[in-house]
Design a protein around this ligand. Structure first.
Ligand code: KPL
Length: 390
């Protein structure tokens, strides 16, 4: 099968490197470059990944250029089987709107962005017709990586990748074969054979999805695991808060992730961001649960037998604080993606991170003063980048 990597920044490079090294040569891995010059620059140099002092070069990629890919009429170039989108949240929508004609319903799109709301936005706009849209895999990444120069990535913190397949065109889940609700979230690692596909998994409709999931599951060195769709929602909410603390604060302070909590003020902000996120998630869950119970009641279900879900332990303020400190520690040598962006005067992902939390607060009538302040401060910092101090 032919895999594409869209976005050859730190995360795209990690995936490209590991996919190429793990997959048999019969599978093609293409890097999609932004411009012809970028492609030429890589052809003239090498693709390098550094981890713990060890340097590995991977060369057997194919190369494509985004402009060429989207300017060819779909009839003259083959559809894309599977694409790993490793662009920033703010670039994902414009890029996929141009790529959409090359993404028929049997192709697979893996979304690797920080932040939330991206998938929901895509399926309510570009891919509005559920019968015409590709399969989507949502992934949450806690690896820390940065580029020292184009195509030279440093894997600075070994985290994990958790992913789930989004429900199909009829809203049916790719169900996990595990029904033991008491199992800890972190232990619920599934294999391809655990998953029930809504239809015959061997049909052509699922070929690219099955192969992409299988590739993700065997990916060496990135600690990948399959989750159910409801689990990934929780995991993404938790990761969102990790980013809502680490990313703006490192960008404002100009420090590596590991230096952040040396300062008591950063610990105060950590607690305040997590308190606000917890309140917003609690309000959202209360609202969703009430709507679900109303639906059940109106469809005649015996309500005495219904078990009302409790608020997940992983999303309490204390658990969110603990997780943020843990990720800052495992990625301590990393320069966060937001710090990298502000240092280069680039637009950041902050609207999809703290901005998403502020929006959630607005929906449920909650003030989010600390998240709002961080959102505005990062925007100001982006407009007026200070001298790099690292
Ligand atoms: O996601 C990240 C980022 O920098 O965007 C973390 C996990 C915080 C690593 O730096």
């Amino acid at each position: 099968m032919h895999f594409h990597i869209l976005g050859v920044g730190p995360v795209g490079s990690l995936f490209a490197h590991h996919l190429r090294r793990t997959l048999p040569a019969a599978h093609t891995v293409s890097l999609i470059h932004r411009t012809r010059q970028d492609r030429q620059r890589l052809l003239d140099s090498s693709f390098v990944l550094e981890r713990g002092g060890e340097v590995q070069t991977t060369d057997d990629f194919q190369h494509e250029v985004f402009e060429e890919l989207v300017s060819n009429p779909p009839s003259s170039s083959p559809p894309i089987d599977s694409v790993f989108v490793a662009l920033k949240a703010q670039h994902t929508y414009p890029a996929l709107s141009l790529l959409a004609p090359r993404l028929p319903p049997h192709s697979t799109v893996v979304l690797l962005q920080n932040g939330m709301g991206i998938y929901e936005n895509l399926i309510s706009t570009i891919f509005r017709n559920p019968k015409q849209r590709p399969h989507f895999i949502l992934a949450s990444n806690t690896h820390g990586a940065f580029l020292t120069e184009p195509f030279h990535a440093v894997h600075a913190g070994v985290g994990s990748i958790e992913f789930a397949v989004a429900p199909d065109s009829q809203g049916r889940d790719f169900e996990a074969g595990l029904d033991d609700e008491s199992t800890e979230l972190s232990q619920r690692r599934l294999r391809l054979s655990d998953i029930t596909f809504p239809e015959d998994p061997l049909s052509a409709r699922y070929r690219s999805l099955r192969t992409t999931v299988a590739a993700l599951l065997v990916l060496e060195g990135l600690n990948t695991s399959w989750r159910s769709y409801s689990d990934i929602q929780m995991i993404m909410r938790r990761k969102l808060v990790v980013n809502a603390v680490i990313n703006p604060l490192t960008a404002l302070m100009g420090c590596r992730n590991g230096q952040l909590f040396d300062h008591p003020e950063a610990k105060d902000l950590l607690q305040q961001v997590c308190d606000e996120a917890h309140s917003a998630y609690a309000a959202q869950m209360k609202h969703d649960t009430e709507a679900w119970l109303e639906d059940l009641e109106s469809s005649g279900v015996d309500m005495t037998r219904v078990e009302v879900p409790t608020f997940p332990e992983t999303l309490t303020s204390e658990a969110l604080q603990k997780e943020t400190v843990r990720i800052a520690e495992i990625t301590k040598g990393n320069i966060s993606s937001t710090l990298r962006d502000v240092r280069r005067g680039r637009k950041t992902e902050i609207d999809f991170i703290n901005g998403y939390l502020v929006g959630l607060g607005r929906t449920y009538g909650l003030d989010m003063p600390v998240n709002s302040a961080l959102l505005n401060l990062v925007k100001l910092r982006h407009r007026m980048p200070l001298d790099p101090i690292l």
